[in-house]
Ligand binder design. Structure first.
Ligand code: FES
Length: 290
């Protein structure tokens, strides 16, 4: 697994592609609570520095923060996809330029820099202008028995989740929702650069319990289906040492109160799947920015 702390040098694969969200040119300034981050005062240049993001709340274990959430959309064909804003070139105060994918979603500045951890920043499919990568969520080899009915690489469809309210697994309580594991932006990259994702359709997200900012974000980033179920998606890579956690499919979960939670059995970190929180981490500077 790649785990370098450097952004890759420019490669031939990095080209401008159309994103899902129209080209929103953002200010590069994010104010949230007591923290204000500005690219003008960021000593590490474009893409580096303190980063606010929404993620699954870490409730137990050594993981330093939550799994980054992937804002979702459903297209006209009923396919599930992750938002990847159209890349834009930005000029920094020192005259250098860098390419960034960012958009405002539900009042929150979303940027694909949220995924600069665990070496993901070195993956060809995660650079803002990666060539040939679509935004669709695609099934992987199968984290759940029900996925025997779909094919690896097939796009995730809403029709596959219609039984979400009666879905059950050997671990946890029934009625929690229906999960799937998959990949994102990993169609044209080496296997070791695959981005694992977890998608859950559920009715367990309680908007009434959230503050207004979080509620607005969830309503905008977790699409609601016609039957009232809502989809939520995460990068399924533990923020501790980058293992792939499991949601109700790893046997040790009950020992750590994680029957209905996302559980990483490498060192027993637990994440709450239905109550995302705003968190921070220090993202890495982009090569050539300094
Ligand atoms: S708890 Fe250590 S890698 Fe997940």
């Amino acid at each position: 697994m790649a785990n370098d702390d450097k952004y890759p040098v420019e490669s031939d694969r990095r080209r401008f592609v159309k994103g899902v969200v129209g080209g929103s040119v953002l200010s590069g300034v994010l104010a949230t609570g007591a923290v204000t981050v500005s690219s003008a005062t960021n000593p590490t240049g474009g893409g580096g520095g303190i980063m606010n993001y929404f993620g699954a709340n870490r409730t137990l274990g050594p993981a330093p923060r939550g799994l980054p959430q992937i804002p979702m959309e459903i297209n006209d064909d009923g396919e599930l996809l992750g938002v990847w804003p159209e890349p834009e070139s930005e000029t920094l105060a020192d005259g250098s330029e860098y390419v960034r994918s960012a958009a405002e979603i539900g009042g929150v500045e979303y940027t694909t820099e949220w995924y600069q951890y665990c070496g993901l920043q070195t993956f060809d499919g995660v650079v803002p202008d990666a060539d040939g990568e679509d935004a669709l969520f695609r099934y992987d080899a199968g984290g759940y028995d029900w996925m025997d009915d779909v094919s690896q690489g097939e796009a995730m469809l809403t029709e596959h989740f219609e039984d979400y309210d009666e879905f059950d697994t050997a671990i946890g309580d029934p009625g929690q929702g229906k999960p799937a594991t998959g990949t994102w932006r990993s169609q044209n990259v080496p296997p070791e650069q695959t981005v694992p994702i977890l998608v859950i359709k559920t009715d367990q997200i309680d908007l009434d319990e959230m503050d207004e900012r979080t509620r607005n974000w969830i309503e905008a980033s977790c699409p609601e289906d016609d039957d009232g179920g809502r989809y939520i998606a995460y990068v399924n890579k533990c923020t501790h040492f980058c293992c792939v956690p499991g949601y109700r499919n790893l046997g040790g979960a009950p020992d750590f109160g994680a029957d209905n939670k996302i559980y990483c059995n490498c060192h027993n970190s637990v994440y709450e799947p239905f109550n995302p929180v705003e968190d921070q981490f220090v993202s890495l500077p982009r090569a050539g920015d300094n």
